[in-house]
Design a protein around this ligand. Structure first.
Ligand code: GLY
Length: 359
């Protein structure tokens, strides 16, 4: 039997009571990145919400929004700090590579007032894919560019090709390659168990998502990642998929995700979080109800995917972050303890995520 957090019963009750209370009238939309808010009069709040690795991102986004920077440019500038950081091995420069030892990055952006989006997937040699995603939104008629086409597009806009593989990431990849099988010709330097400090970088799904709202009620979001470490070349995760790794609706709110992208893509989960908020659920209720939906669907997924235990309970990590038009926010995780970053206009800090299952 599943063990759930005690708030679940309240959550489901709230879902029924709160349904259909939060849909706002539409307004005419013009321009692609003008900061026109849509929907009910905004509450005048300013917020930045991110995954736990985004504490510097929320701080920077808030600083920029206070100076009048548009929320989308503000969150992109925030996550650029993490993309540039060689010590975050889940995003941008220094991210863990694919199975061939090549770093491939995914990113998406979405802008609430225009419902416009842009994304790049499996892009190589460009350390700020979030900025390229914004250009796909602003300077093409498309939503998503991949691989070599995304790289060509970035170079056309003046981005410089860089080697994104740091020595630390290369050594982690080499250890993985040398120890993953005894059926190949690779041998580790010493045939011993991996040192403790290399264990956590064996397989990861780290990512950064950052959402923001300004005083004018403009909502925006970005998600950027190096994706699943040691993935097959060309594998694309949820981060650049609008509706999976990110979704923003200026009439309702914004949601983003980190964790196992395949679980998220199969369930269009960030879109689902926003839709639940549109039905009147709070951000926390919306995230938890979405996680519950995913857990129920996961029971049907093939056991060979390794995403569920013998009882059908999810074994994968998945987090959602949500921010509504009133400035209410939440983070929620599938299992156990997790944190997320928030700048609430007063202070910047990590908060506990709600959870669906106890560890
Ligand atoms: N959520 C990141 C990925 O699975 O690629």
């Amino acid at each position: 039997m599943r063990v759930r957090c005690s708030r679940r019963d309240f959550l489901l009750t709230g879902a029924v009571l709160g349904a259909a209370t939060f849909i706002a009238p539409r307004e005419e939309l013009r321009g692609q990145t003008t900061g026109t808010a849509v929907g009910p009069k905004p509450a005048g709040v300013v917020r930045a919400v991110s995954s736990a690795n985004g504490l510097r991102a929320t701080d920077r986004a808030m600083e920029l929004m206070r100076q009048g920077t548009d929320p989308l440019d503000a969150v992109i500038a925030g996550v650029n700090i993490v993309e540039d950081d060689p010590n975050d091995m889940s995003v941008g420069y220094g991210g863990l590579p694919n199975e061939d030892g090549i770093v491939e990055l995914d990113a998406s952006v979405m802008y609430g007032p225009t419902a416009a989006s842009g994304a790049v997937a499996a892009i190589r040699n460009i350390k700020n894919p979030s900025r390229v995603a914004k250009l796909v939104m602003d300077r093409t008629k498309h939503c998503l560019l991949v691989g070599n086409g995304a790289l060509k597009f970035a170079l056309a806009h003046g981005f410089k090709k860089e080697n994104l593989l740091t020595d630390k990431a290369r050594e982690a990849w080499l250890k993985w390659k040398e120890t993953m099988s005894d059926q190949d010709n690779w041998l580790p330097a010493q045939i011993k168990k991996l040192p403790e400090d290399l264990q956590p970088v064996m397989m990861t799904h780290g990512t950064i998502n950052c959402l923001a709202i300004n005083e004018a009620g403009v909502l925006a979001g970005v998600t950027t990642t190096s994706g699943l470490s040691y993935k097959l070349a060309g594998r694309v995760g949820d981060s650049p998929i609008i509706g999976a790794g990110l979704y923003v609706d200026n009439e309702i709110g914004a949601a983003g995700s980190t964790g196992v992208g395949e679980a998220n893509i199969r369930t269009c989960a960030s879109f689902q979080v926003v839709e639940f908020m549109g039905q009147g659920l709070s951000p926390e209720q919306a995230c938890l109800k979405t996680l519950e939906r995913i857990a129920d669907k996961a029971r049907r997924w093939p056991k060979s995917l390794g995403l569920t235990d013998a009882g059908g309970r999810p074994t994968f990590g998945l987090n959602f972050y949500a921010l509504n038009r009133k400035g209410e926010f939440a983070g929620a995780t599938m299992t156990g303890r997790s944190t997320y970053a928030v700048h609430d206009g007063q202070k910047n800090g990590l908060r506990d995520c709600a959870f669906l299952f106890k560890a």
